[in-house]
Ligand binder design. Structure first.
Ligand SMILES: [Zn+2]
Length: 176
């Protein structure tokens, strides 16, 4: 799948998950999604030049579900260190474990697929066989990412705004 598609899709999932923990969830979701997906694709894609042009391929170094989860969590480490220094460790960032698998879900819809181990050997696994740059499947994933981003605004509103709005109302009620 295209990198920009991965960015939007993963950012949507992360925003949904982080929106009830911090008001900086959109910034965090953006940074972690871009950095995590970049690592996974930069380390895990090889371009093979053939007579018919350049073909992007994948390696099992990052394109397996468990390994991608580890690579995808790397960008959250600086935030843990910062949190540790300031005495408030952002444990909720452990949710960045979903970055890698969210990348794998999308790549499983492309012809190169992802890797799974079968009887000790790496074999490719794919749910569908679209080209990595197929505009239908990329568009669908970007759309889903946007929907999740919009839903995350709602989650944030519900979690923070509603609570702070309700407190003056409550005190008014008490006074009234
Ligand atoms: Zn990939």
């Amino acid at each position: 799948m295209r990198l920009v598609t991965h960015y939007v899709f993963t950012a949507g999932i992360l925003a949904l998950l982080l929106s009830s923990f911090t008001s900086y969830y959109l910034v965090l979701a953006g940074i972690l999604s871009v950095a995590g997906n970049l690592i996974i694709d930069r380390l895990g894609h090889k371009e093979i030049h053939t007579r018919h042009g350049t073909i992007p391929t994948r390696t099992p170094l990052t394109h397996t579900v468990p390994r991608s989860a580890v690579w995808g969590m790397l960008p959250s480490i600086p935030f843990f260190v910062l949190g540790f220094l300031y005495g408030d460790i952002p444990w909720f960032l452990l949710l960045s474990i979903v970055i890698g698998p969210s990348h794998m879900i999308l790549d499983a819809f492309t012809e190169a697929g992802i890797y799974v181990k079968k009887e000790g050997k790496w074999t490719r696994f794919a749910l569908a066989h679209y080209r990595y740059d197929n505009s239908f499947i990329n568009g669908a994933a970007i759309f889903l990412g946007f929907v999740m981003l919009v839903l995350s605004f709602h989650g944030y509103y519900y979690h923070y705004q509603l609570l702070s709005f309700s407190s003056p109302l409550k005190s008014q009620l008490r006074r009234g």
